[in-house]
Design a protein around this ligand. Sequence first.
Ligand code: 2HA
Ligand code: ZN
Length: 279
Amino acid sequence: MDTRLVRDFTKLCSDGYAQGWHERNGGNLSYRMRDEEVEEIRDLLDENAEWREIGTEVPDLKNEYFMMTGSGKYFRNVELDFEDNVAIIRVNEDGTKYQIVFGLVNGGRPTSELPTHLMNLEVLKQRDPEMRVVYHCHPANTIALTFLLPCDDQIFTREIWEMMTECPIIFPKGIGTVEWMVPGGREIAVKTCEIMKTKDVAVWFHHGMFACGHDFDEAFGLMHAVEKAAEILLKVMSVSDRKLQTITPEGFREIEPASNVKLDESCLYERVDGRIGRK
Ligand code: 2HA
Ligand code: ZN
């Protein structure tokens, strides 16, 4: 299958692997397909495939089609054998079941994070019908920060924003944090969805990151920006627990009119002692 969508999906998988964000079978990617993208490959779809339980309900995604990586599959292998590693699934009439209509030709199931992906895609669709991509990976610098910063949206966001002037412009609503919990289930999906109602990035402590976007470039670019800022912050923290100077709350507010963004004001608190990771 050689369509624009397959090429774009594959490119993200290869680029993410090249960044070192997908050791072994780490990470997963999903995309809510457009009607014309389904029509383009309609002849290749097995509409009689067996129905399976999603494990949660996504009524606003009924009858929709999704492209996603397979459970236990390696991002490295997507470009080598797309049909072995990727699935297209269809959600049923009431949003409780799915069938694999294409791919995973050697067996398997869609991503182990299926509930988080589908529930996030549902929330994102409600937010903006053109939001279509949910991307999860294991980037080392961001994960390292989850051992050094408190699990606090405002502090995590502010520390990352300060590292690169572009950060608040790229994610003005900030970063959501999810304390460590067992992955793969409904509980972590619900927590992540709460974040995705307003924000584009969620950090799962001691695990990895979720980013969303209208398209693959946007989701990947957002992930890349957060992870690079995390790398800078780690370099700073490995030298000192204080900054000599930084972008001030007033500075951030001056960015707003110039870039036509509205920052989450709760992240622009006044610092008491200038120490990294404290309010
Ligand atoms: O192995 O990243 O969170 C896939 C994952 C699960
Ligand atoms: Zn993971």
